[in-house]
Design a protein around this ligand. Structure first.
Ligand SMILES: Cc1cc2nc3c(=O)[nH]c(=O)nc-3n(C[C@H](O)[C@H](O)[C@H](O)COP(=O)(O)OP(=O)(O)OC[C@H]3O[C@@H](n4cnc5c(N)ncnc54)[C@H](O)[C@@H]3O)c2cc1C
Length: 430
């Protein structure tokens, strides 16, 4: 009887159908690499580039043909920019210095700042650039080639695509919220998702003048989220996102916010709905020799919906772990779980609590942001990566124990409401 040659905790009862655990019966026609990366979004391209730069033989697969777009505001905060060692100026269409804020479509005001807060890009542009950089570092990039089936013989993972078959001692699952890697490995996050709907509005000279360096954010009217305007080179991206149970309200909210910022919803085009995965702390992101990164690991920030920062960070951490494994320094990849928890655990908890608090007192939170400079400065520091959410909470002093408890209660209340409602899924893109 065949047995794996080192301990891999893949109990058959947890494994989904697409993941087969068996000795490989054939070896011809299979190309070998050190690492296979499934998915070429920001998380996959980052992992592939860093590993290839270190000399690993990397294959990066994406089922879409590049350049491909993805529903996304395309906002890259400067904390995300800092978490990435590439210069993103070539794909930056606008730089943001402030925002036009409002509270449930009322009381609009503008606040700006001397320092840049975010870059605005379009995902077809950003992701093509990141994949190109991975290829330039030596990774082999095959687009239009989706991973169909994953199997593992205790030593190598074999990946069957809609074309050839590949194998490697390490697989990095970077295939996004609807990807098959986490599903195949029985690692699908149990946490809830947020949903979002976005569309594009053609830009005029007057709109470019008005929105060129500002984003729009309406807080408080959308449970678990907000409405936004993100300016791009040739359009405004207007969207709304929040907890899954608001799915049916997304379209009317999007139209209402568009009218609120003085635009005609009839001119919105290319509407796209999509899910944002939210992780519960402690959920596994490693199984055997596979690590999950980015949206595949459900690393979206619960408060802001930002996912590109976590995609860059997790891509780098997975690459570091893979490099150590390939050099024989470690015997398994479980250190990736620990390093990810170190960076993300407290961050995600604090972000979720802040979201819980914001839900209860949105008009007050918006007014405080308008009139109370320390909060505005703290927000800028967070967006620029100079302050973390847990550090912000610590500034509350002993009061934070009360606010934490209150936020946890808010979240529990929301979750029990959700459990009582029928599940609404928005799947798009992939
Ligand atoms: C409406 C909306 C707005 C958002 N706005 C922002 C924002 O402004 N700023 C921000 O930071 N975040 C934002 N996010 C979140 C952000 O888009 C994601 O967190 C981010 O794209 C995650 O990157 P990733 O590389 O993990 O996955 P993705 O970017 O989703 O990439 C996954 C890749 O895997 C490929 N793939 C899927 N299945 C397979 C397969 N079987 N085989 C091979 N390849 C496969 C897909 O084609 C895709 O290219 C937004 C999300 C939504 C839905």
């Amino acid at each position: 009887m065949w047995l794996p040659n080192h301990a891999i905790s893949l109990e058959p009862s947890h494994a989904a159908d697409a993941y087969r655990w068996e000795p490989f019966s054939y070896t011809t026609g299979v190309t070998s690499y050190d690492v296979i990366v499934a998915g070429a979004g920001p998380s996959g391209s980052t992992a592939a580039r860093l590993l290839a730069r270190d000399g690993a033989r990397v294959l990066m697969l994406d089922k879409a043909t590049f350049p491909r777009d993805k529903p996304c505001g395309g906002g890259i905060t400067f904390r995300a920019d800092d978490a990435n060692d590439l210069d993103l100026s070539p794909v930056t269409e606008r730089e943001i210095y402030g925002g036009r804020f409002s509270s449930d479509l009322k009381r609009p005001f503008t606040r700006t700042n001397d320092m840049r807060l975010a870059r605005m890009t379009q995902r077809w542009r950003l992701d093509a650039y990141l994949a190109e950089q991975a290829a330039a570092a030596g990774a082999e990039f095959r687009d239009g080639l989706g991973v169909r089936e994953i199997s593992f013989d205790g030593r190598k993972t074999r990946v069957a695509t809609n074309g050839d078959v590949y194998e490697a001692p390490i697989l990095i699952g970077a295939d996004g919220v609807n990807g098959m890697t986490s599903r195949s490995l029985g690692l699908q996050p149990a946490g809830e998702h947020a949903v979002a709907l976005e569309a594009n509005y053609p830009i005029t000279d007057a709109l470019a003048e008005e929105w060129g360096h500002l984003i729009g954010l309406d807080l408080g009217g959308t449970p678990g989220g907000y409405c936004w305007v993100f300016p791009k080179g040739d359009h405004l991206n207007i969207g709304v996102g929040g907890w899954t149970n608001i799915g049916p309200e997304l379209r009317p909210r999007l139209d209402a916010y568009t009218r609120f910022v003085g635009l005609d919803p009839a001119k919105l085009e290319g509407h796209r709905g999509y899910r944002l995965p939210l992780r519960r702390e402690g959920e596994p992101v490693v199984r055997g020799n596979t690590m999950l990164v980015g949206d595949a690991a459900a690393l979206v920030d619960p408060l802001s919906g930002e996912g590109i920062w976590a995609a860059f960070v997790s891509g780098r951490l997975a690459a570091e772990e893979a490099a150590k494994y390939l050099s024989g320094g470690i015997g398994n990849l479980t250190g990736y779980q620990r390093s990810l928890e170190r960076v993300m655990h407290d961050e995600i908890i604090a972000s979720r609590r802040l979201m819980g608090m914001l839900q209860r007192l949105p008009p007050i939170a918006v007014m405080v942001m308008k009139h109370y400079d320390p909060l505005w400065r703290a927000l800028i520091q967070i967006i620029r990566g100079d302050l973390t959410y847990p550090e912000l909470m610590r500034r509350l002093g002993p009061l934070r124990h009360v606010t934490n408890r209150w936020a946890d209660w808010e979240i529990a209340r929301h979750e029990s409401t959700l459990r009582a409602q029928p599940r609404i899924d928005i799947d798009g893109g992939d």
